[in-house]
Design a binder for this molecule. Structure first.
Ligand SMILES: NC(=O)c1ccc[n+]([C@@H]2O[C@H](COP(=O)([O-])OP(=O)(O)OC[C@H]3O[C@@H](n4cnc5c(N)ncnc54)[C@H](O)[C@@H]3O)[C@@H](O)[C@H]2O)c1
Ligand SMILES: O[C@H]1[C@H](O)[C@@H](O)[C@H](O)[C@@H](O)[C@H]1O
Length: 341
């Protein structure tokens, strides 16, 4: 146990429990040392059968628990700022689920706190950067053979949304992934956003604006459109097509088992992000553990998390006003490269 990175997991819900399973049984080099969740039963259930894990209701006491050397934050977005600042205060490396901090003022406080430390401590959980298909698309675009990317057409569908989901969360929780992926794939900041509202689906909960059609502009004139539909009822579908000057490339078409029977063929469609992005989460957490054990920090940065929050906030304003909303980022501290790779 001594050589393994001791991780405190904050939040033992859907994502936290899956990360606990992953740290314990999938990735190498780490172990769960502590877990914190105000819901003690949930925390205990998530670590049932694991040895040497202390269970806490208070995240700060989990960070101070024996054997804790790093932190994985999987509590709801509004709790992330306190968790990140508490980890920074103890010099603990962090992997923080998206959205880093949903409100941009809080996100900027996290940027400033890490910049004051003068070294990176946090990796943000934009796991699509670790997905094999997204990585192939990124290499193709970087290679330049198709010419300059002009547009990205993105689809982001969930079978259903959790009960607490709001119209703003379609943008600041769901589309936060496309915001990060677009910045990363194109190597450009997003500069303006417009949100259109098709008639809401009868399958969406009362009052939820679902689906939405989000259009981003970038600093060098590309356009990124996103259909986000979180109560589509039929599958977890994430697609992205890059249209370039000399060709196009599309990822996310289902490549899965095709079952033929009774004169027809049926292709399975993932129902959940834990299935569609299983490999990406595994690679993301393994990369974090490896880098942390080597004293490095890699992957999406706190600046990427901040930029995503500012763009998403502009998107929520655009949804509310119906107008085109521009994005204003604070000056970027020297600690951060433009859009981290
Ligand atoms: N990367 C992805 O694809 C992905 C997928 C799902 C969720 N997420 C993110 O993971 C985070 C958690 O989402 P979820 O779906 O697991 O939510 P969830 O509601 O299932 O679980 C959250 C848990 O955190 C606990 N909690 C609340 N406040 C806390 C605090 N201050 N400290 C510690 N625990 C606290 C809750 O009791 C709950 O058990 C969110 O930021 C979400 O956006 C990311
Ligand atoms: O928190 C989840 C998660 O980030 C998923 O990857 C996304 O598809 C959902 O829309 C979002 O609600």
């Amino acid at each position: 146990m001594g050589d393994l990175l001791g991780v405190a997991v904050l939040g033992a819900g859907h994502m936290g429990a899956d990360h606990i399973r992953r740290l314990d049984g999938v990735v190498s080099g780490a172990r769960v040392a502590a877990v914190a969740d105000p819901d003690t039963d949930r925390a205990k259930e998530a670590v049932a059968g694991l040895d040497g894990v202390s269970v806490h209701t208070d995240p700060v006491s989990a960070l101070a628990a024996p054997g804790v050397q790093a932190v994985l934050v999987a509590s709801p977005g509004p709790a992330h700022e306190d968790a990140l600042l508490a980890a920074f205060a103890r010099g603990l490396p962090v992997l923080c689920e998206k959205p880093m901090v949903p409100d941009s003022t809080g996100a900027l406080r996290v940027v400033e706190a890490e910049a004051r430390l003068g070294r990176r401590l946090a990796q943000i959980g934009f796991m699509r950067r670790y997905d094999a298909e997204y990585r192939r698309l990124k290499s193709l675009l970087d290679d330049g053979g198709l010419g300059r990317p002009l547009m990205l057409h993105c689809t982001h569908r969930n079978v259903s949304s959790p009960p607490h989901f709001t119209s703003a969360m379609l943008i600041n929780s769901s589309v936060s992934h496309e915001i990060d992926a677009a910045r990363w794939l194109l190597g450009q900041e997003l500069t303006a956003v417009t949100v259109l509202r098709p008639a809401s689906s009868a399958g969406a909960p009362e009052g939820l604006i679902d689906p939405q059609f989000v259009l981003f502009e970038t600093e060098r004139g590309a356009l990124v459109d996103v259909e986000v539909f979180v109560n589509c009822g039929f599958g977890y579908q994430v697609r992205c097509e890059a249209v370039c000057e000399r060709g196009s490339a599309r990822i996310g078409d289902e490549h899965t088992m095709v079952v033929t029977a009774r004169g027809g063929a049926r292709e399975e469609v993932a129902q959940d992000y834990l299935v569609r992005f299983a490999d990406a989460y595994d690679r993301e957490v393994q990369a974090w553990v490896d880098a942390t054990r080597q004293g490095r920090v890699s992957g999406p940065s706190v600046w990427d998390g901040y930029a995503a929050s500012v763009v998403a906030e502009a998107g929520v304003r655009a949804l509310e006003t119906g107008g085109r909303t521009t994005v204003e980022l604070a000056p970027r501290p020297d600690l951060y490269a433009e859009v981290s790779r």
